[in-house]
Design a protein around this ligand. Structure first.
Ligand code: PBG
Length: 319
């Protein structure tokens, strides 16, 4: 008689037949870096996560490296926002300085820079606006390509465009190559949905759109075939790796992408997913191991890279 319980009898037997295992080598910790030190401090809707100034971010990257987290994903919050997000292209901007600081202090630490304009514009949209208040695709693409070159000049390892404009991967690849940065990789936010789960991030980055929403550039949540088209296009345009975002509500998209493509796939366990678990655990409604279960689900669904605000605490707990 077949009894599947035979192999569940002891911890060693269960470990022996375990199919998937999360490893810290695949984790990426996001970090919010503020230009003005007075803007640093805790983020109310993300307990355990703070906005850091440049020096603190460099120290944090070193601490992450020491516990075996290989990479950080940087988000910059400038001192001043304007209509075009001009601070984003400043060679001495907050992200550019943080990249240089980390690479100097800890050269092996991988630095991934999110590339988007929403943290830099006074209207909070991810790109430049045309005269009618719509996001201008091509003007945004050429601006962000310029910004990408300044990140590369600062020593970034990977650029992660999250604006969801069409054609940006090809434009960024060409700009990087034209400036000699053929080794800087692109991890594209290929299937990024217009999600309610970004709420806490927008508090952290003060990047909520002042008018309208992001539905004209981010994807419509019910669509999965369209996600595969987005991913295929980004791969064709030169993306080295692609991302599905958010994570938990889009595990089916992650699985579909894994089955269809051979490039490395990242998943972003976003701020709202973090806030949800943190709140339930703080209330005693869920046990901490719910975190392990969620992170393992990403690996099981096919992710190679897991971007999560839990990276540091998970790696600390699983030393
Ligand atoms: C920038 C960007 C966002 C996130 C990552 N990059 C916000 C947004 O699109 O509104 C969200 C990450 C998170 O919620 O943790 N465009």
């Amino acid at each position: 008689m077949i009894r599947l319980r035979r192999l569940r009898r002891t911890p060693a037997l269960r470990a022996l037949v375990r199919e998937h295992q999360l490893r810290k080598e695949h984790l990426v910790q996001p970090a919010f870096v503020v230009e003005r030190s007075s803007d640093a401090g805790p983020i109310a809707s993300m307990p355990g996560i703070s906005r850091l100034d440049v020096d603190q971010a460099v120290a944090e990257a070193q601490a992450l490296h020491a516990i075996g987290i290989p990479a950080v994903l940087l988000f910059g919050i400038p001192a001043r926002k304007d209509a075009t997000g001009s601070a984003n292209a400043d060679p001495n901007g907050v992200v550019q300085r943080t990249i240089r600081g980390i690479k100097q202090a800890q050269p092996e630490m991988l630095v991934i820079a999110d590339l988007c304009n929403c943290e830099y514009t006074d209207h909070g949209h991810c790109g430049l606006l045309d005269g009618r208040g719509n996001v201008d695709n091509d003007a945004t693409v050429s601006f962000l390509s310029r910004v990408a070159v300044t990140y590369a000049q600062s020593g970034v390892d990977v650029i992660a465009p999250s604006d969801m404009m069409d054609g940006r991967v090809e434009a960024i690849r060409s700009a990087l190559d034209a400036h000699g940065f053929t080794d800087v990789a692109i991890l594209s936010y290929a299937a990024k949905y217009a999600s309610a789960f970004y709420g806490p991030f927008r508090e952290a980055a003060e990047s909520a759109p002042a008018h309208g929403d992001r539905r004209s550039y981010q994807m419509d949540p019910p669509n999965v075939r369209e996600a595969l088209r987005e991913i295929a296009l980004d791969i064709e345009e030169g993306a080295d790796a692609v991302m599905v975002k958010p994570g938990l509500p889009y595990l089916d998209v992650l699985r579909a992408a894994r089955d269809a493509f051979d490039v490395p796939i990242a998943v972003y366990n976003v701020s709202g997913e973090y806030a949800m678990l943190k709140a339930a655990i703080a209330h005693g409604w869920l046990e901490e191991r719910a975190i392990d279960e969620v992170l393992t689900a990403f690996v099981r669904a096919g992710a190679d890279i897991v971007i999560t605000y839990f990276a540091k605490e998970w790696a600390t707990r699983n030393r």
